[in-house]
Design a protein around this ligand. Structure first.
Ligand code: 3HC
Length: 699
């Protein structure tokens, strides 16, 4: 006989024969919000009080087992019961409790499973403790119970990487006890009956002793001090895992204290902003209607960008036709794509056995007529409006009706490009970042007449390519490059005024950027900025201080950075050292401009650089180029190496506050009133006491 009781909206008990099943049903991912925590506690207590069930199996409804604590509750007032307490109650249950896991058992979800007395995985399961990716540590027993099952080295690696472990590996590591196929409820029922029959053994995790491994702990802690000095939670993870050799209650107390410390950090807030921002960017009301089917993509241009885009499409399983004007260009494109695919195999992004079949999806051609049947064309030729207009005019006559015509331009006017066709509704900007098969950002540039379903198709493509699509409006440089063009001047001004390029780089690396701006310039090629400065020379505001003096001198020597062996730095094999000639250029340019150099602290450098970034980012939001502050943040996290734990420039701006920023800009304006101007939006926010987070909520 079966009897079902709803404990609350999320938890129900099904009693069948001498076993009971507890079902967790909290869509979309069964996160352990307050109702789930309370419901689980009540269910276990009720079944214990009844005493009739001889085994209890916990499983979840829907697409996945529990994906962790409810992240939306973080930073809000806490409502008990606490997750560790619920799990202690489960572990202490006199009636054996087992769990059946399908989909993903992550964070608090895996910790729930670890507190049960046996775990059954359903094929396809992945388990993980991804808290570190949110600036946290597993705070509901993960750092204590996992090492008891797997040993310290495995637990450390899993917790510090935050990676998802596949079912077969989880079985081998001792995280799950069995791997089965089937529907979670059916598997749960059978497993509970097996417990009663004695054919599935159960044991309490807290009664297993962690095998001590001081060497692994010390080695990991030492390594982290070098590689993750600026992050807080990784070090706390090691401390907590070290406590797993103590009795469970003591270890849990140490884990809890460390978890609460992590919870209070701005790093946690930045990383959680990044988590939700990544998901929110594609929520664009103007992207309406079903996306158009994209199975076959045409890419025009076999240079670095075009080949990277073609590679990204091939890796996503799309057919690609690559167009070049001359055979040698086409051959170079094919060779680049081939090398990219080899690299993808090495990085584990493509299975070796699929490599050749993937390349076989590529059709190279010198004839644009080969694009007649493609669903989407991405033009990636050099940045010349006349050339682009000519190409789009041709595409208009060649491509089938309904094909999407996209330009990978990084700053040109997409409206003007669209106007060279008779179908501007089908034209959109798809701005990839180099290397296009690696970088996750895709700016989706919406022109005046772009159709809503073409916008939706841009976002669908981003998803298919595993990229983060961000909607941008038409303007010179869209979101990212426009903001970059503004704040990168600050780095040059700082150098002209007294800092060295190395100090500027070091200060910003200390802030969390993987590389300072001068190293990035050397890597990207200083010739790019040089060309842009020449292009913009005629329209430069005569009152604006010229930022390119030193970079121009470097480029005039034919030094374009890494690719020429010299730029701001000299590159010899693996060695990097400051380029001594640059020091001379700086001194000469200072003298020409009548500047007596002064000193800057690293903090002053960071403040000026970040304030300049925030200023232009605020303008981009103000004029609608970005619809929401979070769009700017995601552009910088996924395209510009902005430190993820800082959440993005506008999330970071909120940590300073609009009023303080306005004061700062006004102080800088005393030195240079042309460059440092307070954006109207920031002024308004300072007066009203509002934040960029408020704007994100309203949007
Ligand atoms: N809390 C609240 N909401 C969550 C959530 C969570 N833990 N995990 C996912 N969601 C939400 C997403 O925001 C999204 O909402 P939306 O539809 O409104 O945008 C929805 O669930 C679906 O998520 P995805 O779009 O990411 O769906 P996928 O199928 O691509 O991925 C997933 C599913 C693998 C579970 C992925 O969502 C994920 O990795 N989630 C986070 C897991 C995590 O970090 N868990 C640890 C939490 S911290 C913790 O447990 C602390 C503990 O130790 C005390």
């Amino acid at each position: 006989m079966t009897d079902t009781t709803a404990i609350n909206d999320c938890i129900s008990i099904e009693r069948t024969g001498d076993v009971a099943l507890i079902c967790i049903d909290n869509p979309p991912v069964n996160a352990t919000g307050q109702a789930v925590r309370q419901g689980l506690q009540d269910a276990i207590e009720r079944l214990s009080a009844e005493g009739s069930a001889r085994a209890i199996a916990i499983y979840a409804a829907g697409r996945t087992f529990v994906a962790g604590a409810d992240i939306r509750e973080f930073g809000k007032p806490f409502v008990p019961p606490a997750l560790p307490d619920v799990f202690n109650i489960i572990e202490a249950s006199k009636i054996p409790v087992i769990s059946v896991l399908h989909g993903t058992a992550l964070g608090g979800g895996l910790e729930l499973a670890l507190s049960t007395h046996a775990r059954i995985g359903i094929e396809g399961l992945k388990v993980g403790l991804p808290e570190i990716l949110l600036g946290l540590l597993p705070g509901a027993g993960g750092t204590q119970r996992l090492p008891r099952l797997t040993g310290i080295p495995f637990a450390l690696e899993m917790i510090l990487s935050g990676r998802q472990v596949r079912a077969d590996e989880a079985l081998k590591a001792g995280i799950i006890d069995r791997l089965e196929a089937g529907d979670p409820r059916e598997v749960a029922l059978k497993a509970a009956q097996d417990v009663v029959a004695g054919s599935l053994k159960t044991r309490r995790t807290d009664q297993i002793a962690t095998v001590p491994d001081d060497a692994a702990l010390t080695e990991t802690a030492d390594k982290l001090r070098k590689t993750h000095a600026h992050l807080f939670s990784p070090h706390k993870c090691v401390e907590a895992v070290a406590a797993s050799t103590k009795p469970l209650s003591e270890g849990l107390a140490i884990e809890r204290a460390a978890f609460m410390e992590c919870m209070d950090t701005p790093q946690r807030s930045g990383l959680i902003h990044a988590f939700f921002g990544e998901r929110a960017v594609s929520n664009i009301p103007e992207a309406k209607g079903p996306a158009r089917e994209i199975a076959h993509v045409g890419v025009i241009g076999g240079g670095t960008m075009g080949s990277g885009i073609a590679t990204a499409c091939l890796l996503a399983g799309l057919k690609v036709t690559l167009i070049e004007v001359k055979q040698d260009g086409l051959d170079r494109g094919i060779a680049t794509i081939s090398g990219n695919l080899d690299g993808a195999v090495k990085r584990g992004k493509l299975k070796a056995e699929k490599r050749d079949a993937t390349q076989a999806m590529l059709t190279p051609s010198l004839d644009m007529q080969a694009l007649a049947d493609v669903d989407l064309v991405i033009e990636a030729v050099f940045e010349d409006m006349a050339v682009k207009k000519d190409i789009f005019g041709k595409l208009d006559t060649i491509c089938k009706a309904g094909a999407i015509l996209a330009s990978n331009t990084s700053y040109l006017d997409v409206d003007e490009i669209a106007a060279s066709t008779s179908r501007p509704q089908d034209v959109i900007g798809l701005h990839f970042f180099s290397p296009a098969h690696v970088m996750r950002l895709l700016e989706i540039v919406v022109a005046d007449k772009t159709a809503p379903d073409v916008i939706a198709s841009g976002f669908a493509l981003a998803k298919k390519l595993g990229k983060v699509g961000v909607r941008a409006g038409v303007c010179d440089g869209f979101i990212g490059n426009r903001i970059l063009a503004h704040y990168s001047k600050t780095a040059s001004y700082l150098v002209l005024d007294g800092a060295t390029p190395q100090q500027v780089d070091r200060a910003l690396e200390g802030f969390g950027f993987a590389m300072g701006p001068h190293k990035v310039g050397d890597l990207a090629g200083l010739d790019i900025g040089w060309m842009t400065r020449k292009r913009k020379a005629a329209n430069r505001d005569p009152n604006e201080r010229y930022a390119g003096a030193v970079a121009d001198r470097i480029c005039e020597e034919g030094w374009f950075g890494r690719k020429t062996g010299r730029g701001y730095y000299v590159y010899e094999g693996r060695d990097i050292s400051p380029n001594p000639a640059v020091e001379t250029f700086i001194a000469e340019e200072r003298e020409k401009a009548g500047i007596s150099p002064r000193s800057f602290t690293d903090q002053e450098i960071v403040d000026r650089y970040m304030t300049a970034m925030i200023v232009e980012a605020a303008r981009v939001v103000e004029d609608g180029t970005a619809k929401r502050p979070l769009d700017v943040d995601m552009v910088f996290l996924f395209g510009y190496g902005f430190p993820r734990h800082r959440g993005g420039p506008l999330h970071y701006a909120d940590t300073i506050g609009a009023a303080a920023l306005v004061d700062r800009i006004k102080a800088y304006a005393a030195e240079d009133a042309t460059y440092w101007q307070v954006p109207a939006l920031l002024e308004k926010m300072a007066v009203n006491g509002t934040s960029f987070a408020d704007m994100n909520k309203e949007a």
